[in-house]
Ligand binder design. Structure first.
Ligand code: SAH
Length: 356
């Protein structure tokens, strides 16, 4: 039995059935046994692969987006450049390398990383040594001032709550102890923050952490300037359905099977994120599909440049990487891009065919 399973079973015995959020938070973030606390989950040898690990073009184009936002902000002489959940630091390294060509950007930026995993902080430090990043446990301790921030596959790791429509109305889907003594789903007390009419057995998900972060970021960019780019898999508009999922070694796994050993995520409710940010005074752009966004930022041109300098082996990698990022059957449509921006800022690049 994994250390975490025993710990969760004891916790249920004491506290009663846990919310999906409490389970997710512990399985991912427990300081000793949590999934992110103990490993580097990325790449072929790990559990899953993310866009920046697939192609350097991803980070370079996000870099171009950040440089463009900085220009549209009037090139502030000091600003906070932040990344939420930077993984291996690959996206930020590609972004900053691409922005060497933009005079003044590097000098004006102070780099801040929001990351809870000590293990991944170590890997990020190795990737980003020349830029002297400062780490934070949450967005709340970022220094004041104008902000340009990015987060790729950050929101999907935040804990969700699930509710089920029963004959008695909404009940919370919780994790208790099943007939065989293992962890099992049960129904318990708890109602969604906004009750919606739904057919029997519908599952409704809420991510209070994502909504809270979107509201705080919205308030901040509206007051101090800047924009935040969030990229993730998710849905728009809001809907019903169970999107809680576990992935281990690039395959789906049971969500309750081996807590701490599999990555747990949920699809992002982009409408809820947008509503929280605009309710806090920010202007929200998108969400738009990742494939369209990257194409508008110039993926084709950048790909052509790289292909010219590559040998045939590298050419194949470049082409297959770009295909994965933009193909609607792969990451092109399921992944979406949303910006939370200062309302005074003109439309950022990538959100409509007019502005690129
Ligand atoms: N952006 C990276 C990694 C995505 S995986 C990439 O695209 O490759 C999710 C990342 O978010 C990991 O770095 C993980 O440690 C971090 N993370 C998860 N929950 C977090 C939280 N609550 N606060 C800050 N970072 C978190």
């Amino acid at each position: 039995m994994s250390g975490l399973r025993g710990l969760l079973l004891r916790r249920v015995a004491v506290e009663g059935p846990l919310s999906v959020a409490a389970f997710m938070e512990t399985a991912l973030g427990h300081p000793e046994f949590g999934y992110y606390a103990t490993r580097d989950p990325f790449g072929g040898g790990g559990d899953f692969t993310t866009a920046p690990e697939i192609s350097q073009i991803f980070g370079e184009l996000i870099g171009a987006w950040c440089g463009d936002v900085w220009n549209r902000m009037g090139r502030p002489g000091r600003f906070v450049l932040a990344e939420f959940g930077p993984g291996r630091g690959t996206l930020m390294a590609d972004l900053l390398r691409a922005l060497h060509v933009l005079p003044g950007f590097g000098q004006a930026a102070s780099l801040h990383l929001v990351e809870t995993s000590p293990h991944l902080r170590g890997i990020q430090a190795g990737a980003l040594t020349p830029y002297a990043p400062v780490w934070h446990d949450s967005i709340d301790t970022l220094p004041e001032g104008p902000l340009i921030a990015i987060g790729n596959e950050f929101l999907d790791a935040l804990p969700i709550r699930q509710f089920v429509m029963t004959a008695q109305g909404w009940r919370e889907r919780r994790i208790g102890i099943g007939a065989e003594g293992g962890l099992a789903f049960v129904l318990g007390e708890g109602r969604p923050s906004r009750e919606r009419i739904a057919p029997a057995d519908s599952i409704l998900e809420e991510c209070p952490a994502a909504a809270g972060i979107a509201a705080r970021l919205g308030r901040r960019v509206a007051a101090a300037g800047g924009a935040v780019l969030l990229i993730d898999y998710g849905y728009f508009p809001s809907g019903f359905g169970d999107t809680f999922q576990a992935v281990r070694r690039h395959r789906p796994a049971g969500v309750l099977e081996e807590p701490g050993e599999a990555d747990l995520t949920a699809h992002v409710d982009f409408a809820a994120v947008a509503e929280a940010a605009s309710g806090a005074g920010a202007k929200v752009w998108g969400p738009v599909p990742q494939g369209e966004f990257l194409a508008r930022l110039g993926l084709g041109l950048r790909m052509a440049t790289l292909l010219r300098k590559a040998d045939s082996n590298q050419q194949e990698n470049i082409l297959s990487g770009c295909r994965r990022l933009i193909d609607p059957a792969e990451m092109g449509t399921l992944f979406k891009v949303l910006a939370i921006a200062d309302p005074a800022l003109p439309e950022p690049a990538g959100f409509s065919s007019g502005a690129s």
